[in-house]
Design a binder for this molecule. Structure first.
Ligand code: ZN
Length: 245
């Protein structure tokens, strides 16, 4: 105790020692700040490195009854030994929607999944700009969530010809779209975000996720996102006359 007092007195009274102490203190504080910044940067970079292939098949539903009382995606501690688990696979798609910061552009042939619809509603509530392109007939199919989302104010466009819009993809926070939003809002800077593309054979339906043999790729590859975003933008302009709100 005496030694501690003696040291403190010495630091206070000795200009060189007190100056060194201030520098050491500043060094420690800046180290803590730097480590905190690194932690959040690593977390964001980890999320931006996602490259995943989801496989849907006849084995996806064998564990479904075990998940009935669970509440994924609200809990991040969801685990299932079944690598084809429909609940887990769907949750991975939902996870990306829940990370969306500025935009979700969705081109989907059939969309009846309530789980994904709820994720889009949450994104809409956060202020994410959502646009949907679908097929002229399938948009009105039984259980279509596109109609539900359209009634909430999400703009929907469909082809104006008899050819079908058979795409099943979406781009989340596409770089070009985020830049467009930045310019429209006349902002100097935007919050950090990264482009994610979700694409594959699967329609976002109960049958598509739970029994069909399908695939879905989730990727942070910027080139893939950019190319899909460009086609989305081209279709969006081409289908302008069909917009429903
Ligand atoms: Zn499972």
């Amino acid at each position: 105790m005496l030694n501690f007092r003696f040291i403190m007195e010495h630091i206070r009274n000795h200009p060189i020692v007190s100056t060194i102490s201030i520098f050491v203190g500043m060094g420690l504080v800046s180290e803590v700040i730097w480590k905190t910044v690194e932690y959040f940067r690593d977390k964001r970079e980890k999320a931006s490195r996602v490259h995943e292939v989801l496989i849907f098949n006849e084995l996806g539903e064998i564990c479904a009854s075990h998940h009935l009382r669970e509440c994924y995606p609200k809990t991040l501690e969801f685990h299932c030994q079944n690598k084809y688990c429909t609940t887990k696979n769907t949750g991975k798609i939902v996870e990306q929607f829940d990370r969306a910061v500025y935009s979700i552009d969705l081109a989907i042939y059939t969309f009846t999944s309530m789980t994904i619809s709820e994720a889009l509603k949450r994104a809409l509530h956060r202020g994410v700009n959502i646009r949907i392109i679908s097929d002229g007939e399938m948009v009105y199919s039984c259980g279509s969530q596109i109609i539900v989302l359209s009634e909430l104010g999400i703009p929907v466009r469909v082809p104006t010809t008899t050819h079908i819009m058979h795409n099943k993809y979406c781009v989340i926070d596409g770089a070009e779209r985020v830049e467009e939003i930045r310019q429209a809002k006349k902002r100097k800077w935007m919050r950090p975000c990264h482009s994610i593309a979700i694409t594959g054979s699967v329609n976002w339906t109960r049958q598509g996720f739970g029994g069909n043999w399908e695939n879905c790729v989730i990727t942070a590859d910027e080139k893939i996102s950019s190319m899909l975003q460009a086609e989305f933008d081209r279709m969006w302009r081409a289908f302008a006359k069909s917009e429903t709100k």
